[in-house]
Design a protein around this ligand. Sequence first.
Ligand SMILES: Nc1ncnc2c1ncn2[C@@H]1O[C@H](COP(=O)(O)OP(=O)(O)O)[C@@H](O)[C@H]1O
Ligand SMILES: [Mg+2]
Length: 497
Amino acid sequence: MLPRAAMTAKIFLKLITAVLFVLVVSLVVVDFMASKIAETSYVDTLSRELASKCRILALADLSPEKFRAFAQAAGGRITLIARDGRVLSDSENDPAKMENHRRRPEVEAALQGQVGTSRRSSPTMPGSQFLYIAIPQESGALRLAVPLRSVDAQVNAIRFQMLGATTLAFLPAILISAFFARYFSARLGAVIEFAHQLAQGNFSARLGGTGSGGTAAGGNEFGVLTARLNDTGEKLQEMFEQLQKEHVELERLERIRKDFVINVSHELRTPLASIQGYAETLLDGALEDPHHNTRFVNIIRQNAERLTRLTADLLTLSRVELKSQRFNFASYYVNGLLDNARDSMKPMADKQSIELRMDYADHNVEVFCDSEAMHQILTNLVDNALKYTATGGTITIGAKRLGENVEVWVGDTGVGIPAEDLPRLFERFYRVDKARSRELGGTGLGLAIVKHLTRSMGGDVRVESVLERGSTFYFTVPMHDLGLSSEEAIQPHLTAS
Ligand SMILES: Nc1ncnc2c1ncn2[C@@H]1O[C@H](COP(=O)(O)OP(=O)(O)O)[C@@H](O)[C@H]1O
Ligand SMILES: [Mg+2]
């Protein structure tokens, strides 16, 4: 594409050429009309003048001696013609040598009693035009002829005056046209350049020269066009950005999915390899070895248990994610739900000599949730707390009202979590210490399940932790029905990892 300046110049040239063409055509027409009108009127006047002169001459005594003097005074050539067309006298030529004039149009008219007029070049003086006027006379006709040279000069003078005046009148028109051509070419050039930018994918380009929002600064069509084009550009940009965002999000989800598949395969492979290895060792003879066989079978059982836990957790997670888990929402006293969790976890806490402390909410505080999911969340959190708290520690299960929600927490006096791990803690398979988590029978999916369950019920989860001091996991549950009971109401972004 041409650069904008060159394009603007090209449009300007086209516009100005069109204007000049119209002006030149007008000039030619004016010139033609002016010369026609001037000539006609001038010849008319001259004819009348000559006719008067003829009539005066007709009254005079036209003796041959005075003929030439009369002709000079009349400013032309005088010819006297007899009724039969013979030339009787002529101020310029010898009548004897002149041919019969009966057929000359002006003479013919005069011989019939009218004033005859004719315009033609004289056979005696070829090249120059003459105006002939003949009037009837007793002896025949009296004719006066004058060269039309002066007429031409006069007409030309008028023509030039007209042309001059018209050109002068056109000057402001040309200036105004040039101004508008410049204006239009600049605006049009800008519009074309803008369209080019859009075509190139530069959606952030904007046209200058208007206020935004469809109202043109100048209020003219160009302003409206500019505003519309800018609106279009804006919409294209919005759409483009939206698509880009969606693309980035899709890529992110795809990465997460791939990571997940890799993680799952990896998590399954370790216990399976262990089971296979020990089973083979047993078959290879260890079965008979009383020192080892029970230990090996125990290891096989432990790994099988791990696989069971892993598949159970994966199933739970995918159910929540695919929204195929049907929640049975109802109102519950939150303290009752805390007690359920305590009752389930008490034996394990006792085994580790860890105190389970309760920090109840006001007795009538209710939550609107699925009790099973709530139980799963709480037991997961308490299970983690038990895993990462040393003997003699304390775990607190508490709840309190927080606006329209109830905040529930599980705190411990355990090892704590390094600050850099906190942001990723709720990701699937994310563990601060993989080996330790495995050793403790963890799958790395517990917190991911907690996050999905709380979000699916209209709440959220967060964690606060100080290394060596302990961690507290907080999650919220709505007090009232938020309309999440139907599957469709669960927003995908709430459950996407
Ligand atoms: N109460 C806690 N104290 C310290 N670390 C914790 C606690 N709860 C969770 N974590 C850390 O978060 C990780 C993820 O927890 P989770 O998803 O439940 O997996 P898992 O318990 O199977 O290891 C754990 O491996 C652990 O590193
Ligand atoms: Mg866990």
